[in-house]
Design a protein around this ligand. Sequence first.
Ligand code: SF4
Length: 282
Amino acid sequence: MEIIKAEFYGPCFGVERALEITSEALQSRTKIYCLGELIHNNDVIEAYKQKGLMICDDIEDLKNTELILRSHGVGKNVYDYCEENQIDIIDATCPKVRNIHKIVSEHCKQGYHIIIFGNENHPEVIGIKDWCNENVSIFKDLTDFISRAPASLNKSCIVFQTTYHLNQYKQIKEYFNNLSINDIILHNTICNATEKRQMACLALARSCDTVLVIGGKQSSNTKKLFEISKEVCENTFWIENSKEIPFNLIKNSKRLGITAGASTPLWIVEEVIFNVRKESNA
Ligand code: SF4
């Protein structure tokens, strides 16, 4: 069996950075809170919990402690609450997300209406929205925008969730270019880490007879990789770690593709490969 890894897979820069910041912080402390799961991966969360990471779902449960902000980022309300309640922040917000916070808050101060394209229920979008002083609308795509566009588009600033689909972004950009309204500013805030992993997954699935997609079952970017692969390679399996390798279903594979979501640490990927090799050589 030949084992082929996708050209791009596994943790993106923002996730790696958040994990490093958390590991470093836990070296000198016995307890730190994180608002929501640090990343969507049960193995990693369990390992960090052993070292003292506590997951908290409601900021109002905390006072006078230390809090890690995960890569998705949070709204201004969280920073304000922490300042008022003696909570020291260890900020692992991805710089690309922080940049969006800066764009929207500066444009809000200048009187712009903010338009966000993304999933309104995603923590990243919830955080961005909170930097906009209520002067904000969220749309999932161009069809959604056209069906309920704001009455006036003058002085609008448009941003995108970092994981927004590139093809949809292109459509939206073309639509606004053709409107010929002067004071619309469109910022391409999409992160290419997601796009690169999706394109690499597609190429992998096209060249393999079987694919293992590795990542937490709560991870939406892993789900997307699974769907992309499954569409072109029927023998695609989504596993969380080496304990879930479906040996019976992959044993006849000649070319086994391996990819992993952005919240899957490389050691989990290597463990899967090690176990597949061991079993296929047995
Ligand atoms: S996908 Fe991009 S924006 Fe999101 S955490 Fe990773 S590097 Fe940052």
